[in-house]
Design a protein around this ligand. Structure first.
Ligand code: NCD
Length: 320
C-alpha cells in the first residue's frame, strides 16, 4: 500500500526538503532561510507582486492541535506563492473516529498533495509523518519538541530591530518546560552566536536546559527576572501552556515574579525588543501596556515575519 502511495509523489521524495527542527540544521541554511524570509517580506505583506512560483501545487495543512496564527500564516504564505492549501483539523475529520495522524497523512498523500504542514500534540509527530510519506513535511509545532518556523520568524523580527544577532543577549521567560517555541528559538539563537538567558520558576525550567544546544552562543539559566532585565537586548515572554502542562493552573504569584509588567519594561535597556509568540494571556505573562507598546513590542511584526518565513520554507520544500 505504502509503495503504491509513494508512487504518486516519487519525483518529490527528498528528505532534505523536510523542515522538522532547527536542531541539526546547518547554520548556513538557517542564515539563508532568515535572509530569504527578509527578502520575501514585501511579497508576504502584499506590497510586491509575488512571483507565484508554486502555482499548481497543493499543500495540506494538517492541524491536529488548535492554532490561529500558524495555520492562517501557512495559508497566506501558500496563497502568496500561488499554491492551493487544504485544511484538515482533528475536529470534523476521521481523527475524531480514531484514525492516527500517520494514517490520515498517508490517505491525503494518496490524493496527490505536494507537501504537508503538520501540527500535533505528539512530540516527534512531524517526523513520524515524514517517515511515512514521500512528499516534504514541515513541522508547524509538535508537542514539546520544536516549532522551527516560529524560530525563523522570531529571529527575523529580532534581526530587523537589532541587526546581527551574534553576541546579543536574549531572555526567554516563562513556561520553558512545555515550550517548543523556547526549544527552537534556543537552538537557532545559539547557532547564530547569541547568548540565551532562560528565565522561569524552577518547576518550569527543565534541569539541563543549559546543555540543550551547541554553537557559537551560550545558554544560562536564571530564576530572577529582575536581575537580568537591564542586561538583555531582547526578551521573549511565553504563555503558561496549561494544555501541555501537568500543573493544574497558573500560580497566583506568577505575574509578581515573572510577569513583564510596565514597571519591569522601564528597567530594560533602551532599544531592547519585546517578543511573544502568541497567544498572549494579557495581565499574566505580560501587561497590556507592554504588549501594545509600539516602541519596544514587536509582537505584531513577528506575525508579519511569520508569513515571510513560511514562504521561504515552502519554497525550500517545493520550488525547483
Ligand atoms: C505557540 C505554540 O503553539 O507552540 N504559539 C504559536 O505557534 N504562535 C506558543 C503557545 O502555544 O503558547
Amino acid at each position: 500500500m505504502l509503495s503504491f502511495q509513494r508512487s504518486y509523489a516519487s519525483d518529490l521524495s527528498n528528505p532534505a526538503r523536510d523542515f522538522l527542527a532547527i536542531e541539526g540544521l546547518p547554520v548556513s541554511e538557517l542564515r539563508a532561510l532568515i535572509d530569504h524570509a527578509e527578502r520575501l517580506l514585501p511579497a508576504a505583506l502584499g506590497a510586491a507582486v509575488s512571483e507565484e512560483r508554486l502555482r499548481g501545487r497543493i499543500v495540506a495543512n494538517i492541524f491536529f492541535e488548535d492554532s490561529t496564527r500558524t495555520r492562517v500564516s501557512f495559508e497566506i504564505a501558500a496563497q502568496r506563492l500561488g499554491a492551493s492549501i487544504v485544511n484538515l483539523g482533528a475536529g470534523g475529520s476521521s481523527a475524531s473516529k480514531g484514525e492516527t495522524l500517520v494514517d490520515t497523512a498517508c490517505n491525503i498523500e494518496a490524493m496527490g498533495v505536494d507537501a504537508f504542514v503538520v501540527r500535533t500534540s505528539i512530540s516527534g509527530g512531524a517526523a513520524l509523518v515524514a517517515d511515512a510519506v514521500s512528499c516534504p513535511v514541515i513541522n508547524a509545532g509538535d508537542g514539546r519538541h520544536e516549532h522551527p518556523t516560529q524560530a525563523l520568524l522570531d529571529l527575523l523580527a529580532m534581526k530587523l530591530r537589532l541587526g546581527d544577532l551574534a553576541g546579543k543577549r536574549v531572555a526567554i521567560v516563562g513556561d520553558i518546560a512545555n515550550s517548543r517555541v523556547a526549544r527552537s528559538a534556543t537552538h537557532a539563537l545559539v547557532a547564530l552566536g547569541a547568548h540565551v538567558v532562560i528565565v522561569g520558576p524552577p518547576a518550569l525550567v527543565p534541569s539541563g536546559f543549559d546543555q540543550l544546544a551547541r554553537g557559537a552562543g551560550s545558554i544560562t539559566i536564571s530564576h530572577d527576572l529582575d536581575a537580568i532585565l537591564p542586561e538583555v537586548d531582547a526578551i521573549m515572554t511565553l504563555r503558561i501552556q496549561l494544555e501541555r502542562a501537568a500543573a493544574t493552573g497558573i500560580a497566583p504569584d506568577y505575574r509578581t515574579a515573572y510577569g513583564l509588567t510596565e514597571h519591569r519594561r522601564h528597567r530594560l535597556r533602551k532599544g531592547a525588543v519585546i517578543l511573544h509568540p502568541g497567544p498572549v494571556n494579557r495581565g499574566v505573562e505580560i501587561d497590556d501596556s507592554v504588549a501594545d507598546d509600539a516602541g519596544s513590542s514587536v509582537i505584531l511584526q513577528q506575525v508579519s515575519c511569520g508569513v515571510a518565513a513560511r514562504m521561504a520554507v515552502l519554497l525550500r520544500a517545493l520550488d525547483r
